[in-house]
Design a protein around this ligand. Structure first.
Ligand SMILES: C[S@@+](CC[C@H](N)C(=O)[O-])C[C@H]1O[C@@H](n2cnc3c(N)ncnc32)[C@H](O)[C@@H]1O
Length: 249
């Protein structure tokens, strides 16, 4: 179980210059953005206040920074905030918040149009996910959205024995899509869509959840889709990138 302390320890020592390696299956971060993240986020971008939770070295941030009028980056590791300050120094509309791994208190209530977190909360257990979902219930503007990439690993475990699939990618074992739906309900949010994805294989270890703070009456239904072939996106993006880039072939 990756605890908050273990996350702090691991990421405080991490050299975020190495983070590009996480995009290798896509053939690079630009391919990851255009093939996987942009198609899922595009309707939400070009917005006012964008909050990114756990940006690390800014691998995704580099594509978000021009798509909002104000960008707030929140991370628990000093090395992340240092790397981002350096990387986005030319952008006056970016703010950097070093937090305790749970709180969004530095962000004004009812101020966030879009919150995004990718490839970070998958390593965070339910205490952390709950804290952020509850906080987002207050921080989002009515009609605002959050796109959260989190673990679904708890759904793969036998509820009696706690045993299940091998956990190759350090996924949080206490989080699943159903729990996030329930957290949203108690936080006054709607969880409108969930995509269960196979990360590095076909077991549905991860989930992309789309949340919104409703403007009127809440609709309790969530559209849930299963995408065990998620990694095909990466392979296809990589193949096209290799063949059709000017330097490719
Ligand atoms: C695997 S890196 C990913 C960074 C970035 N999202 C990317 O895709 O390149 C994980 C990041 O999450 C941050 N993190 C982990 N747990 C956190 C928490 N509870 N609250 C805020 N940040 C957290 C770490 O400090 C680190 O910067």
């Amino acid at each position: 179980m990756p605890t908050l302390q273990e996350n702090l320890h691991r990421w405080s020592q991490f050299d975020f210059d190495q983070a590009e390696a996480w995009s290798e299956e896509w053939g690079g971060t630009e391919n990851l953005w255009w093939s996987t993240l942009h198609p899922r986020l595009r309707h939400l971008l070009d917005t006012g206040v964008l909050l990114e939770i756990a940006p690390g070295g800014g691998r995704l941030t580099q594509f978000l920074v021009e798509r909002c009028s104000r960008l707030i980056l929140v991370d628990l590791s000093e090395s992340s905030m240092r790397a981002c300050r350096q990387r986005f120094a030319a952008h006056d509309h970016v703010e950097y918040v070093l937090n305790d791994g749970l709180s969004l208190d530095a962000v004004a209530d009812g101020s966030v149009d879009l919150a995004v977190s990718y490839d970070s909360l998958v390593h965070c257990e339910i205490d952390v996910v709950e804290a952020y979902v509850v906080a987002l219930g207050r921080k989002l503007v009515p009609g605002g959205h959050a796109f959260l990439h989190h673990s679904n690993f708890a759904a793969l475990l036998d509820p009696e024995t706690g045993e299940g699939r091998p956990n190759h990618h350090w996924r949080a074992t206490s989080v699943c899509a159903g729990q996030v739906r329930r957290l949203c309900l108690s936080a006054g949010l709607e969880c409108t869509h969930q995509e269960l994805i196979g990360w590095g294989g076909t077991d549905l270890t991860d989930c992309f959840s789309l949340l919104t703070r409703p403007t009127g009456e809440r609709r309790p239904e969530t559209r849930v889709m299963e995408n065990p072939d998620f990694m095909n996106e990466a392979r296809t993006a990589r193949a096209y990138g290799e063949v059709f880039s000017p330097a490719g072939g």
